[in-house]
Design a protein around this ligand. Structure first.
Ligand code: FES
Ligand SMILES: [Fe+2]
Length: 440
């Protein structure tokens, strides 16, 4: 295993450029991160009934996620244990069994090998069927409707893995009726390293007024004055890095700000806020009205407010597939949900105005490292490091204002921890406290 101890320096603020380019580092990510960490698989509402399934990926492994007759959810690798063929070619559907197109082995909803053509005549009944079940995802758990899986049986529980991020995400997950992810997901390809969009979503309030200046003007929403950083109050909001590499930034009172026709959403927020305050307290009622840019380690991101939900699926060190759903509250009226979908498509869909701004930058940020000399350099995300600290009431490390890189550093600290190959127990024994400085 490659020694990665020098790749992330200065408490997460300095990254070696090779982590965005080198094949051997990428292979180590597949082994140490994607084969160990919990990854987003689905929202329970996408597969509500027995036999409902969808196909997705964990790292570069294709998986089937299926609702079982007893209501639980199982996942297994979508590759036939006979000769390796892809067993299920559909994105989603309802099935009683999965049958391989090559020689006809059939598997139950739980991945067990159920029938084998010519079992008696050709195998002489000597095949040990339990040995040839589809390879299971070791653990599948859900948190308030969000389903995650890990290949590592020794991984902590999903709740422990999410840590303080779960407390923050309850803001929109723990609403009456819960949430929905509206799809099918838009899918596109970007020629960038998977970490580049994750860091963009987890921490990059800095680029918004600059990279999106033209789009912000064109959209003609309450966010338009940010264009060109003309009227960007960088102190409105804060950034949070939670232990475990998850984090987000929030702009206060801006949940509906990107929507040109945001009136119905603002009315919805006003109506629901007293309920959220009652249920979750003052702070989270405030977060409920904020606009968030967020990532869940390793490769799931979302913007609460806009309301886009993303998976950045790695396809090698320089390429990803982007999957985009629309996040809505289940109890929202149908017209409001439709408005959410429309704004998400206009902003962060495949051809969305902000998506294309970001995509171009993300591809160039990756591609420049093709240069042998270039990639011996370092990158810097130290913004706000001298001002971050603890908050009297909020968990995690708090960065001051929306324009800082506190949660970016948290992400890279976690990346370095897992890439070192240390066990979950070893990593957990090193609790990280915020710098001893109060950030209000
Ligand atoms: S490869 Fe699937 S049955 Fe042979
Ligand atoms: Fe952006």
């Amino acid at each position: 295993m490659k020694d990665v101890s020098k790749l992330i320096l200065e408490d997460g603020a300095v990254q070696d450029r090779r982590i965005y380019w080198d094949q051997d580092i990428y292979e180590q990510e597949l082994e140490q991160i994607f084969a160990r960490a919990w990854q987003f698989l689905a929202h329970e509402g996408q597969i509500p009934n027995a036999g409902d399934f969808l196909t997705t990926r964990m790292g570069e492994d294709n998986v089937i996620v299926a609702r079982q007759p007893d209501g639980t959810i199982k996942a297994f690798i979508n590759s036939c244990p006979h000769r390796g063929n892809v067993v299920c070619h559909a994105d989603t559907g309802n099935a009683k069994a999965f049958t391989c197109a090559y020689h006809g082995w059939a598997f139950g909803l739980d991945g067990a090998l159920a029938t084998v053509p010519l079992e008696h005549d050709a195998y002489y009944d000597a095949i040990e069927r339990p040995r040839y079940a589809m390879h299971p995802v070791a653990k599948v758990e859900s948190y308030k409707g969000l389903v995650f899986g890990t290949f590592d049986a020794r991984a902590p529980s999903l709740r422990d893995y999410l840590g303080d991020m779960a407390w923050y995400m309850d803001t929109f997950l723990d609403v009456p009726g819960g949430i929905e992810l509206l799809g099918p997901p838009m899918k596109s390809i970007l020629n960038c390293n998977w970490k580049v969009p994750v860091e963009n979503f987890i921490a990059d309030g800095y680029h918004v007024g600059w990279a999106h200046a033209a789009a912000l003007k064109a959209i003609e929403s309450p966010l338009s004055p940010l264009a060109g950083n003309q009227a960007y109050d960088v102190n409105t909001g804060l950034q949070v890095a939670t232990r475990g590499g998850h984090g987000f930034g929030v702009i206060w009172d801006a949940a509906a700000a990107i929507h040109p026709e945001g009136g119905a959403f603002r009315d919805w927020l006003a109506k629901r806020t007293p309920i959220i305050r009652e249920r979750l307290g003052e702070w989270r009622s405030r977060f409920y009205n904020g606009h968030w840019d967020a990532s869940i380690f390793p490769n799931c991101s979302f913007l609460y407010g806009t309301n886009t939900w993303k998976l950045w699926l790695p396809m090698g060190p320089h390429n990803i597939e982007v999957w985009t759903w629309t996040l809505v509250e289940k109890d929202m009226p149908a017209e409001l949900k439709q408005m959410m979908v429309a704004t998400n498509m206009m902003t962060f869909g495949t051809a969305g105005m902000l998506e294309t701004d970001d995509g171009e930058n993300m591809e160039q940020c990756t591609g420049s490292n093709r240069g042998w000399v270039t990639r011996r350099g370092k990158l810097y995300s130290g913004m706000g490091q001298v001002r971050e600290g603890r908050h009297p009431e909020l968990p995690g490390i708090i960065g001051k204002g929306i324009v800082c890189e506190t949660s970016n550093r948290g992400f890279y600290r976690r990346w370095a921890e897992l890439m070192s190959g240390r066990s979950w127990e070893e990593v957990a024994r090193e609790p990280r406290s915020a710098p001893n400085r109060e950030v209000a």
